[in-house]
Design a protein around this ligand. Structure first.
Ligand code: GLA
Length: 359
């Protein structure tokens, strides 16, 4: 059998760095995706080609923490085997239009497309949520990035025209209609072209601060912080600000779900902007580029704007009236030019489907 499978990149509407704290996230899939054309090979032989890079990697052994792009593919073979699934060799050819390093989960897209391909090729029955967890294991233990479940869940579980609400503790999910179009609105994704990376120290440092705060407070995860003021009184200043972001961000996700159910986009916009301020001041994961893009979008009339994803650069979401597409993007581009920064790029994101076979 030969076929082609796809999995999307994602944006997170709201709920940042909450996933590894047992909290809430609210992503949706973007139209850009990673596509894998694959067939089985006999024995332990993997031949992985990136059409975009013009490179082929051949492997006969699976070695965690091997640097390089092929680990996002080989890590899935490894993680499937770790989970007890019987997977053999494969030839996998990868092509992706998810921007790399933009905070749009290009890596989870590759992982989840690979997993969809191998599951079908080897006849594996794996429920969607379990697939997301296996892909997360590949990212954590094979690639070596200590991330939560957000990206892989989005790449696997999202459906068109909805955002995916997920409780990262119970792993309950809810598909919430995201009918921005009908409301005359759009979600503009502005790629600031300032690269972000997870395999660096800042993401791990934030995780570490949260674990330290849990230790001081004697809770298993920050989800268990019921009284924020009491917690702030017991924590050092830095950990206090990190915890305040997580606790308030969880509430903002719940409020955003309620706002969408009520069709209240003004409220959603306010929550997005409040999330950005919290990420900037308390969690300290923004960057001058994303801060300027958010401020400019708001100045140009956006209902709300925030950085999305792991942080330290990457993309900004602006909830705008459709008619403001050119005004908002033009003003952000002009503001970047004034700073002498590389020009940003942008697209209007409609929620698309999760991982699937396409040919
Ligand atoms: C990255 C990680 C996710 C999540 C976000 C921040 O995208 O891969 O697990 O922690 O950052 O919300």
């Amino acid at each position: 059998m030969i076929g082609t499978w796809a999995a999307p990149g994602r944006v997170n509407l709201i709920g940042e760095h909450t996933d590894y704290n047992g909290g809430f996230v609210f992503p949706f899939a973007i139209p850009q995706s990673a596509k894998i054309t694959a067939r089985t090979l006999p024995g332990d032989h993997w031949k992985v080609t990136s059409v975009d890079l013009g490179e082929t990697v051949e492997a006969t052994r699976l070695e965690p923490l091997t640097p390089g792009w092929a680990s996002y593919v080989l890590g899935i073979v490894w993680a499937l085997r770790e989970a007890g699934h019987s997977v053999g060799g494969a030839e996998l050819t990868l092509q992706s239009d998810v921007p790399v390093g933009a905070g749009l989960s290009s890596s989870a897209a590759i992982e989840c497309a690979t997993e969809a391909a191998l599951a079908d090729l080897y006849g594996l029955e794996i429920a969607p949520l379990e697939r997301a967890k296996i892909a997360q294991r590949a990212e954590n233990a094979y690639v070596g990035a200590p991330t939560g479940l957000l990206d892989q869940a989005a790449a696997t579980l999202c459906v068109p025209d909805h955002a995916l609400f997920m409780d990262c503790r119970s792993l309950e999910t809810q598909q919430v209609p995201l009918a921005v179009d009908q409301a005359g609105l759009e979600i503009l994704v502005i790629d600031t072209q300032s690269k972000h990376s997870h395999v660096d120290g800042e993401y791990a440092a934030r995780r570490h601060s949260c674990e330290e705060a849990c230790r001081i407070l004697g809770v298993e995860s920050l989800r268990d912080v019921a009284d924020l003021d009491d917690a702030l009184g017991r924590l050092p200043e830095l950990e206090g600000r990190r915890v305040r972001h997580i606790v308030t961000e969880n509430q903002r996700v719940l409020d955003s779900v309620a706002a969408l159910h009520a069709g209240n986009f003004t409220k959603l916009g306010q929550l997005m902007t409040a999330s950005h301020i919290s990420m900037r001041n308390d969690y300290e994961i923004t960057a001058p580029t994303v801060d300027l893009a958010v401020a400019t979008a708001l100045g140009a009339g956006a209902l709300g704007a925030r950085m999305t994803g792991g942080g330290f650069g990457g993309c900004v979401l602006a909830l705008i009236d459709k008619g403001l597409h050119d005004v908002v993007s033009g003003q952000v581009a002009a503001a970047f030019a004034t700073q002498g920064w590389a020009p940003p790029t942008w697209f209007a994101a409609r929620p698309g489907p999760g991982a699937r076979r396409i040919a």
